[in-house]
Design a protein around this ligand. Structure first.
Ligand SMILES: [Zn+2]
Length: 60
């Protein structure tokens, strides 16, 4: 007999850190993310993304 119970209690909500200001940013806000060297960075606001785009090395 098979006894399978759906264990769906382990939902991980991912949080990213805005490299510009250090704030926690919940994943899923694709409109203010930016791909840099194969990594996806998330930002709290459009202004932070622009600052990162201008000079990514400064924030890494
Ligand atoms: Zn920010």
């Amino acid at each position: 007999m098979e006894h399978s119970s759906a264990a769906s209690s382990g939902i991980i909500s991912r949080v990213f850190i805005d490299p510009v200001c250090g704030m926690n940013v919940p994943a899923g806000r694709r409109e203010i993310s930016f791909d840099y060297q194969g990594c996806n960075y998330y930002f709290c606001a459009e202004a932070c993304r622009r600052a990162f785009q201008k000079d990514p090395v400064k924030y890494l």
